[in-house]
Design a protein around this ligand. Structure first.
Ligand code: S3P
Length: 459
């Protein structure tokens, strides 16, 4: 796919109502679980980004019927107890780590062979973390080194249940084991070193699966389920994505006199670390309303910009609840006054890109004083606008692309990114939403040839 260079330049005040798309984690799971369930699942508010569409296509290839209807709702008719069908085609997971890791868990429990590929970014990411426990359960794999794709899974109809302590606080690994456990004989149990997003547990319950959640002697969450349970189709109302909302929120905070409302944001305790952190930095974020939407806590918030944020130490135990938000937090920290210390970031090196390296490089080139460690980042802000003016390589990473565009709205010179196209994976209306509240984000003509219209049409 052609690269789509873009830039953002000093903007503001930003004003209005930002309508953020559905949560990516919940969207993936609603399609996957709907595709596995017996009967009909009706999904409203689904994120129609490339990653979720890849999950839908994969579930279709495995036998589920999944369609978007004229009423805007997605309807899944799942395979139910009769189970998944072997896909005659290779399944392309594009850029999506969540799709492939959860689906590897799903297909492991059926007597089928499944072949996965993905894009250049996904091809670098380790799948060992899901393959290891699934091998213990009885699934077989062929892959490149360290479990990199292309990868083949030979599932087993009679998996063994395991008791697994996650080596890293990863919701994807937890989910893969639990989903395989649905087809194992006996009780599958997963212990988390630190609480990570709990959408799989919440949503499996919503699909009528019995699942137990307790704490062990060390206070770690222990999640268990009995094999042989069939999911029942249901209605899912996907709340807005707190990870996506963080981009217009930080943009509004950095542009003086801004006032932006963001409604219906999923405010699950395992996801809201970025908002707690920004508020501790002095951000003017007002929670207007907090309510329940389909079992998730959801909030409406109003964000006012212009107040200089203050550097803080981000607590290490908060990392899992804001694991995807460090690139945009680093942008906020770079514009804050004082030092922000972020620790426990080793997982950032194996996301869609090595986020720690790309953030440090992009910010340093934009004029920020910082120190990058193996698993930490310290940023020294001056409280004054950054120089900017550099071009950031996004390496197929949507959140790197959006973070540096947000930075450009507050830096003296425009910030350029080499490729805006990965934004489609999670936030297809990002450019139009940001323009709608007053941001200047443009296709980079000079670098790419005259591609303004294509850029407008596609993002
Ligand atoms: C996700 C889990 C997280 C997160 C990813 C979505 C999920 O990954 O970074 O964007 O939906 O389960 P890890 O499990 O690798 O931490």
């Amino acid at each position: 796919m052609n690269k789509q260079p873009a830039y953002a330049k000093k903007s503001g005040p930003l004003n209005g109502h930002a309508v953020v798309p559905g949560d990516k984690s919940i969207s993936h799971r609603s399609i996957m679980f709907g595709g596995l369930a017996e009967g009909e699942t009706i999904i409203s508010g689904l994120l129609e980004g490339e990653d979720v569409l890849a999950t839908a296509e994969a579930m279709r290839k495995l036998g589920a019927t999944i369609n978007k209807d004229d009423d805007g709702l997605w309807r899944c008719y799942g395979v139910g107890a009769k189970g998944l069908r072997e896909s005659a085609e290779i399944i392309d997971m594009g850029n999506s780590g969540t799709s492939i890791r959860l689906l590897i868990g799903v297909v492991s429990g059926y007597a089928i062979s499944t072949f996965f590929v993905g894009d250049a970014s996904l091809s670098k990411r380790p799948m060992n973390r899901v393959m290891n426990p699934l091998k213990e359960m009885g699934a077989e794999f062929i892959s490149r080194d360290q479990g990199r794709i292309p990868l083949a899974v030979k599932g087993a109809p009679s998996l063994r249940a395991i008791d697994y302590v996650l080596p890293v606080a990863s919701a994807q690994v937890k989910s893969a084991v639990l989903l395989a456990g649905l087809n194992a004989s006996g009780k599958t149990q997963v212990t988390e070193p630190a609480a990570c997003r709990d959408h799989t547990e919440n949503m499996l319950r919503h699909f009528d699966v019995n699942i137990d959640i307790t704490k062990d002697d060390e206070g770690r969450r222990v999640i268990s389920l009995e094999g042989g349970q069939t999911l029942q189709g249901c209605a899912v109302d996907v709340p807005a994505d707190p990870s996506s909302a963080a981009f217009p929120v930080v943009a509004a905070l950095l542009c003086p006199d801004s006032e932006v409302d963001v409604f219906g944001i999923c405010y699950n305790e395992t996801r809201n670390g970025i908002y707690k952190t920004l508020i501790e930095m002095g951000a003017d974020i007002e929670i207007l309303r907090s309510y329940d939407q389909g079992g998730e806590t959801v909030v409406d918030m109003r964000v006012r910009g212009g107040k200089t944020l203050q550097g803080i130490d981000v607590p290490a135990d908060r990392v899992p609840s804001m694991i995807d938000e460090f690139p945009v937090l680093a942008v906020a920290a770079a514009c804050a006054e004082g030092t922000t210390r972020m620790v426990g970031l080793e997982e950032l090196r194996v996301k869609e890109s090595d986020r720690l390296a790309l953030v440090a490089k992009g910010l340093a080139e934009a004029g920020v004083e910082l120190e990058e460690g193996a698993d930490n980042l310290t940023i020294h802000g001056t409280g004054k606008p950054l120089k900017g003016g550099n071009t950031v390589e996004t390496m197929h990473d949507h959140r790197i692309a959006m973070s540096f565009l947000v930075l450009g709205l507050a830096s003296d010179e425009p910030m350029h990114i080499d490729d805006a196209s990965p934004i489609r994976t999670s936030f297809p209306n990002f450019i139009s939403l940001m323009r709608g509240i007053g941001a200047t984000i443009e296709a980079d003509d000079a670098a790419s040839g005259n591609n303004v219209l294509r850029f407008e049409g596609e993002l």
